[in-house]
Design a protein around this ligand. Structure first.
Ligand code: PHE
Length: 426
């Protein structure tokens, strides 16, 4: 980069005195984990997308993370002094441009095109960026999924009644709402935004809540049967959820959905009835709607039992291959150290027993051998002799094994094979 500029995703930006993007960050912009085939974040995204009919929800998965301060904060009604705007929380490209801190940065632009697209809703999945603490569940880059849906209030119909009629048909199997928080409290409407009747807000909030209960029912239902080691979470038990009142500058009323999982209440998403001025600005004063945003890593970690958020960024195929077939099952930890494969091929005598070979390898490699697999077997058409090829995977649990060390072990294995098992090496 030239002095005073920064290139992100092939576009060059001017920097200034608020720029705070570390040199390590730009590389993350091109990873697109949520689009990688067989990545757990991509699988989680697809599971959730499948619950939103494509006829009603337009899907956006490739929106650039570089957005204006207006998109990320101003248009959504964030006050000028909101902590989220500070350079200690947000990555600034320059004083007008940030790496989006949430997918809501695209709300206004995607509301604006609803009619052009011809669908009353959308789903956005994207990488988002926040300066934060370091621990097993926080990473400066993570992925969010945002959804929104609008309902027409025009034409003299009663939108509240129409939405409620739809709500009656929505039921999430296997979910028990143990605490809910409605638009009314003690008979009085609370948090109803300007421009909404309490009945409308209530109906839209109910629609939102039932739709999201469907999401957690599906996601956690699958996870419970696949990964739970806790008997109380067996598939036949209902998933306990609760709705908690929350605050977001762009929705009212606002809620968080919490799920009771492994004996704790976990917050899984934020949502609410979209403030009417936002829809008005986007050209939809005749509509009312809801929006939600959820963190994909958090959900995927629970779904697959992935213990550390850094694993999502792993390029190790031992991570990726566990998700290749799309089946939800518990993630199996692998050694943190690299593997080193060595193959050995030999003609076997009639009395060959595989376990003798295994024991011989174990005797030489000890715990430095992670696994041994038969990768090829062949019988010579003329002589009838049988040949086997085994792949030995050398991998320490405690340190990085050098290729030279693996070569020495492999030589010992080869020598012992001829000496002790009387095989003929090929
Ligand atoms: N964008 C909010 C967040 O990141 C979540 C949210 C989305 C809340 C849409 C309400 C509506 O926390």
């Amino acid at each position: 980069d030239l002095p005073g500029t920064l290139t992100l995703d092939n576009i060059t930006y001017n920097t200034d005195n608020v720029t705070n993007i570390p040199s390590t960050l730009p590389a993350y912009l091109t990873r697109n984990l949520h689009l990688q085939p067989s990545h757990p974040l991509s699988a989680t995204r697809q599971t959730i997308e499948s619950l939103f009919p494509a006829s009603l929800y337009e899907t956006y998965n490739t929106l650039s993370p570089v957005v204006t301060v207006a998109q990320n904060f101003d248009c959504l009604g964030f006050p000028a002094d909101h902590v989220g705007r500070s350079t200690s929380d947000t990555y600034y490209v320059n004083k007008h441009t940030v790496l989006r801190t949430h997918t809501s940065a695209h709300q206004a632009e995607k509301f604006r095109v609803l009619d052009a697209v011809g669908k009353p809703g959308y789903l956005i999945t994207a990488d988002v960026y926040r300066r934060d603490a370091i621990d097993r569940s926080h990473y400066p880059v993570f992925h969010q999924m945002e959804g929104a849906r609008v309902f027409s209030r025009g034409g003299g119909g009663d939108v509240a009644a129409e939405v409620m009629a739809e709500v009656e048909r929505m039921a999430a199997p296997g979910v028990e709402v143990v605490e809910s928080c409605a638009v009314y409290e003690d008979g009085n409407p609370v948090q109803v935004a300007k421009g909404h009747t309490a009945a409308e807000a209530e109906a839209v909030a109910q629609h939102l809540q039932r739709q999201l209960e469907l999401v957690v029912s599906r996601v956690f239902g699958e996870a419970a049967s696949a990964t739970s080691t806790v008997p109380s979470l067996a598939a036949q038990e209902k998933l306990k959820v609760r709705w908690v009142s929350a605050y977001f500058p762009f929705t009212s009323p606002s809620y968080e959905l919490e799920v009771f999982w492994n004996n704790e209440w976990l917050e899984v998403l934020g949502c609410g009835v979209v403030r009417q001025d936002l829809l008005d600005y986007a050209g939809h004063s005749d509509k009312i709607g809801w929006a939600f945003g959820l963190g994909l890593e958090r959900i995927a970690m629970l779904m697959y039992g992935i213990p550390d958020i850094r694993l999502f960024w792993s390029r190790d195929e031992r991570f990726a291959r566990q998700f290749a077939d799309g089946v939800v099952r518990r993630y199996e930890p692998f050694s943190r150290y690299p593997q080193c494969y060595k193959d050995v091929t030999f003609w076997v005598p009639d009395a060959f027993h595989e376990n003798d070979f295994m024991e011989l390898v174990r005797g030489i490699g000890g715990d430095l051998v992670e696994d041994v697999k038969l990768i090829d077997e062949f019988t010579h058409p003329k002589t009838g002799r049988k040949s086997m090829c085994y792949r030995i995977n050398y991998c320490s649990l405690e340190r990085t094994l050098t290729n030279k060390e693996a070569d020495i072990l492999q030589e010992e294995v080869r020598a012992a094979l001829t000496e002790k098992l009387h095989v003929e090496l090929r």
